[in-house]
Design a binder for this molecule. Structure first.
Ligand code: NAI
Length: 362
């Protein structure tokens, strides 16, 4: 069976890591009809759109996409197209496994946790009021009146909507993931001691949902403590469920535990569509130099294979990746002990090594 998949290379290092992922995915023997769609800074210069309607339509048609990073232009008034894509396709659950592979340069022995991040609400909702704008002044006046408090005039305002609906479905997604993947504990991460009506709501719903999963342990941890716990005892954690902003931050922390952003995959999944993309961004500092670690994108491809129920191909590809990491020779500079190690290979060569491992007789 051949799978129609939208492939969005994106910009920055996106095209390089997307090409590496496409090649290794094809080398598994799984068959794809790639529907390649342009998006990102070059597309913006060409057509004035960061994510053209055709790209969105392609994802709606194929329902599955593999996506490279897209730069959010700074200071142009553009909102993040990544955030907008997740909202438009209602990709409400972001799964970011942080698993430490043998041979990775890190300070830890054992890390195998999954960050489950809510993807559509919270401070990412885009409800913001610029300092000095009429809207901001109206907001300030309204809040001062309702709450009987004084707010400085020179504030910018961002609103943090957290709904019961959104909380329930993300916590359910985390528990379902735990059950399906033989995991034993879900930790709800929050700051309900301070934000009683947003994080407090999320936590109350998490407690309720947990009642339906007596086979899985439930735990609550305040987000600041969670960050400390993760760098001290990452082995104690299994599945973490978080609202959008904490999920974003803790995802990068998780990436740091397992060898860096270059290693960290992700999947944005809703009830109808799924978009697989690495945790990292477009890394303009190394773009176009064949230096980017393709593993975050390739491991996102492994997640996509599992989503498509191509379990054998996914397991073989993950095994080939493990082999390359453990050997430690054909890996990019970010995976070497010394980042200036002249034996580091490029993005393309790391993909070649994975393909060699895939094709080696077992
Ligand atoms: P970034 O993830 O692009 O880079 C952070 C650091 O990690 C840089 O030093 C970079 O060189 C390194 N890095 C990232 N990926 C790597 C890889 N595969 N191999 C080796 N090193 C790697 O984060 P930054 O700089 O904050 O964002 C750059 C742009 O990417 C921004 O415009 C941001 O909005 C966008 N972005 C896009 C995302 C997406 O499309 N899903 C996600 C995150 C950021």
């Amino acid at each position: 069976m051949s799978y129609a998949v939208t492939l969005i290379p994106g910009d920055g290092i996106g095209p390089e890591v997307a090409e590496a992922a496409r090649r290794v995915l094809e080398a598994t023997g799984a068959e794809f009809e790639w529907d390649v769609q342009n998006a990102g800074s070059e597309e913006l210069a060409r057509s004035g759109e960061l994510l053209p309607a055709a790209a969105l339509a392609s994802i709606r048609r194929n329902r599955v996409a593999l996506k490279g990073p897209i730069t959010t232009p700074v200071g142009t008034g553009f909102r993040s197209i990544n955030v907008s894509l997740r909202q438009q396709l209602d990709l409400y659950a972001c799964f970011r496994p942080c698993r430490l592979y043998k041979g990775v340069r890190t300070r830890f022995d054992k890390v195998d946790l999954v960050v489950v991040r809510e993807n559509t609400e919270d401070l990412y909702s885009g409800i913001e009021f610029e300092k000095g704008s009429t809207e901001a002044l109206i907001e300030v006046a309204l809040i001062e009146k309702i709450k009987n408090i004084k707010i400085r005039d020179d504030v910018g305002i961002s609103i943090k909507p957290i709904s019961e609906f959104g909380s329930r479905r993300i916590v359910q997604a985390a528990f379902e993931y735990a059950r399906a993947n033989n995991r034993h504990k879900v930790t709800a991460v929050h700051k309900a001691n301070i934000m009683k009506f947003t994080d407090g709501l999320f936590l109350r719903v998490a407690r309720e949902v947990a009642q339906n999963y007596p086979d899985i342990k439930f735990q609550e941890v305040i987000v600041d403590n969670m960050c400390m716990q993760l760098v001290q005892y990452p082995e104690d954690y299994d599945v973490l469920v978080l609202t959008n902003l904490y999920g974003d931050i803790v995802s990068d922390l998780g990436a740091g535990l397992i060898g860096g952003l270059g290693m960290a995959p992700g999947a944005n999944i809703g009830d109808e569509y799924a978009v697989f993309e690495a945790t990292h961004g477009s890394a303009p500092d190394i773009a176009g130099q064949n230096k980017a670690n393709p593993l975050g994108m390739i491991l996102s491809g492994v997640m996509m294979l599992r989503y498509l129920k191509e379990f054998d191909a996914a397991n073989r590809l993950e095994h080939a990746i493990e082999g390359v990491i453990e050997e430690g020779t054909d890996v990019t500079a970010d995976m070497k002990v010394d980042r200036k190690d002249p034996t580091a290979v490029g993005t393309r060569e790391e993909a070649d090594a994975i393909i060699r491992h895939l094709q080696a007789p077992v």
